[in-house]
Structures are given as structure tokens and as C-alpha cells.
Design a protein around this ligand. Structure first.
Ligand SMILES: Cc1cc2nc3c(=O)[nH]c(=O)nc-3n(C[C@H](O)[C@H](O)[C@H](O)COP(=O)(O)O)c2cc1C
Length: 191
């Protein structure tokens, strides 16, 4: 698959089969991530690959966030239900890669650019997953940035999660995509 085809045909795929993903494919995806552009060679990213019961790392994060944010006083049974429902979210795909930005301590690069590099890494990974015939989706949501989620992943200092890449073999579903023409977003400056 050439780059143009990969860019145009990649879609976010949330529904995947439970079959495990080969480690070699996941390694190719990680390799693509680390070749993203990054200012001053800071390589400001960290990855966690979660498979099998390992997905409980993310599940516990979701559960801790949900419990911390519960407005009502919960009975033990209600708390257990909430915990289980949130834990399940991490099991929507056979493999999940958490990606964090780890901004350089040297402050040579503005933090916004460290995020840009981490986001570019995620997109490299999504394109590679697609080219390898896998389905992938970049998921975030408010729990991603919650202190309890940071705690679950042991983030330090300025580190932040930038998303979770859910990965698996795609279910054969029709995929829709809409984009406005680039002309609506573009000004050509020639003089
Ligand atoms: C930073 C970021 C966060 C996202 N978070 C979610 C999410 O939490 N849940 C979700 O279903 N899709 C999420 N998406 C995927 C978008 O919904 C998706 O890219 C968009 O609908 C366009 O579809 P396409 O990727 O198939 O072109 C996210 C995308 C980005 C860039």
C-alpha cells in the first residue's frame, strides 16, 4: 500500500475481532511511531502495549476515574458494578497501546511541539496498522487526562497520555468517511 492510499483509505475502526494480534505486527507499529518527526531529537514519547489481562492496567485506570468522579455515595455493590463496567472498556480490542508525551526536561522545545511529535507518532502508528490489515482507533475522552489515570500509568512531571490505540483484526463493516474539500480550509498566497 503506498502512502497516499494508506492516508486516504485509513478509517477509525472501533469494532474488531477478539483474536490476538501478532507481536511482530505490534512491533512494526511501534517502530513506525518512533520515526515520527520530533524537534531537536527529543523523541518525547512512551508506549505501553497491553494485551490479554494486561489490558487491566487501562481498565483499572478507567475504573478508578469513574469511582473518583461518582457524584453519589455508592454502595459496595454499586461501586463494584461501576468498576466492572469501566474495566470492560479496556477489553474492546485484543491489544491496546497507550501513548504518552514525555516532554524534554531541557526546555529547548516548546511543550506544544512535544505534543505535536507524540501526536504524529500516533498517526504513523494508525497508518501502519491500516497498511498491515489491522483495524485501529485512537481513543481519548476525559478519563485519559484524569489524575487517577496518570497515577495508573505512573506518569511523572509533565508527562501526559495522548491517547489509546485500540487494535485488532477488523470486522467487515462498511466504513464511512467525510471531509470538507481542502479548498475550504486553504488560502494560497502567491505574491
Ligand atoms: C485526538 C483524537 C482523539 C479521538 N478520540 C476518540 C474517542 O475517544 N472515541 C472515538 O470513537 N473516536 C475518537 N477519535 C477518532 C475520531 O472520531 C475519528 O478520527 C473521526 O471520526 C474521523 O474518522 P476517520 O478516522 O475514520 O477518518 C479520536 C481522534 C483524535 C484525533
Amino acid at each position: 500500500m503506498d502512502v497516499q492510499e494508506a492516508i486516504r483509505s485509513r478509517r477509525s475502526i472501533g469494532k474488531v475481532k477478539p483474536d490476538p494480534v501478532d507481536r511482530a505486527l505490534i512491533e512494526e507499529i511501534l517502530e513506525a511511531g518512533i520515526w515520527a518527526p520530533n524537534h531537536a531529537h527529543t523523541e518525547p514519547w512512551r508506549f505501553w502495549v497491553m494485551t490479554g489481562e494486561g489490558r487491566g492496567l487501562l481498565g483499572r485506570g478507567y475504573a478508578e476515574v469513574a469511582l473518583a468522579e461518582a457524584v453519589d455515595q455508592l454502595s459496595d455493590e454499586e461501586a463494584e458494578k461501576l468498576r466492572d463496567a469501566n474495566m470492560k472498556k479496556a477489553f474492546r480490542a485484543p491489544a491496546v497501546i497507550a501513548v504518552a508525551v514525555s516532554p524534554s526536561e531541557k526546555a529547548v522545545v516548546p511543550e506544544i511541539e512535544e505534543y505535536a511529535a507524540a501526536h504524529a507518532a500516533v498517526h504513523n502508528m494508525l497508518l501502519t496498522a491500516h497498511a498491515l490489515g489491522l483495524g485501529a482507533i485512537w481513543r481519548t475522552g476525559a478519563p485519559t487526562y484524569h489524575p487517577k489515570m496518570r497515577e495508573a500509568f505512573g506518569l511523572a512531571g509533565k508527562e501526559e497520555l495522548v491517547g489509546f490505540i485500540y487494535l485488532g483484526y477488523p470486522e467487515p463493516l462498511p466504513l464511512k468517511a467525510v471531509r470538507k474539500p481542502f479548498a475550504e480550509k486553504t488560502i494560497w498566497v502567491t505574491e
